[in-house]
Design a protein around this ligand. Structure first.
Ligand code: G1P
Length: 294
């Protein structure tokens, strides 16, 4: 069995209601962290882990998300004419990273349904697929490589987990885990979407990175609406576990940004800006002054 995956699926069909009114006209996935849309970071992470193809699952009104990965020869030419080679490099970055395709989800029926919409974009080569939720920025990157190593060793599907304070757990898919002898890899014996804190089987939550055996697509056809009345990816994974399919998690000990709401997005934007030589030093100074005067 090959551990490699060629295709990364990025569900990006949501309405972005937490970012209204902006998302009336601009898809959430194109909002910039400093000057670069979050989806470019996620695409880079997938490409660095070996993905050759990015399937963006989007709604009919959000074509601009995939357009972002197209070349723009007119703009390139006009920037080249002005000698702005640094900007030419910037606009070429996304199309050079990875080949992007779209799959259309025409009804918002849930994350499981969105992932299922990408099945038609797979080829016979795809024994497993990566799924990256673009609201989750995982730092440092590299988790998918580790997950692929675990799939190579244990087979089946491998997900990324974060240890989350129990009072926040009901925003997540939560794992029921058993030790494997390694601190960072656990066997998953059950998974439940958005449990109440008192019902959560652990404090290990799904963190937006999945390496799923192709069997997930068959399971996705057999689930019924779950938490929030939606077709949940978590429920398809739980079904595979019940049927004896091996599922493990890699426990991530690094950082994470949640871009799913303005508060998390702002933190990420400040964090990314502080790390740039261009804006970091001034921003740091301004923030200090601003906080001293608050
Ligand atoms: C989704 C998944 C959930 C996962 C979370 C990670 O939930 O359904 O299992 O833990 O992403 O961000 P959402 O944030 O879309 O409600």
């Amino acid at each position: 069995m090959s551990s490699a995956f060629h295709t990364a699926i990025v569900p990006a069909a949501g309405l972005g209601t937490r970012f209204l009114p902006t998302t009336k006209a601009v898809p959430k996935e194109l909002l910039p962290l400093v000057d670069t849309p979050a989806i470019e970071y996620v695409a880079r992470e997938a490409a660095e882990a070996g993905a050759k193809k990015l399937v963006i699952v989007t709604s009919p009104t959000k074509a601009s998300v995939a357009n972002y990965f197209d070349e723009n020869p007119d703009l390139e030419q006009s920037l080249t004419d002005k000698g702005k080679t640094d900007l030419v490099e910037k606009i070429q970055r996304a199309p050079k990273l990875i080949k992007a395709e779209t799959a259309i989800q025409d009804q918002a029926l849930g994350l499981g349904h969105a992932v299922g919409c990408a099945e038609g974009n797979l080829t016979g080569e795809d024994e497993a697929v990566a799924v990256l939720l673009p609201d989750d920025i995982i730092l440092p990157t590299g988790a998918l490589k580790k997950m692929a190593e675990v799939r190579q060793e244990k087979g089946g599907s491998v997900l990324l987990a974060f240890d989350i304070p129990r009072e926040q757990i009901s925003a997540y898919g939560v794992f029921d885990v058993r030790d494997t002898g390694s601190d960072d890899v656990k066997q998953v014996v059950g998974m439940v979407e958005k449990p109440k804190p008192e019902d959560a089987p652990s404090t290990f939550a799904a963190a937006g990175r999945y390496l799923l055996d192709r069997a997930i697509f068959d399971a996705l056809k057999r689930i019924t609406p779950g938490a929030g009345g939606e077709l949940q990816l978590t429920d398809a994974i739980a079904l595979l576990i019940n049927e004896g399919h091996p599922v493990h998690v890699v426990v991530h000990r690094g950082g994470r940004h949640d871009l799913g709401n303005p508060a998390g997005f702002l933190r990420a934007a400040v964090d990314f800006a502080l790390n740039t030589p261009e804006y970091g030093p001034d921003l740091r100074e301004w923030l200090r002054e601003r906080l001293d005067n608050s």
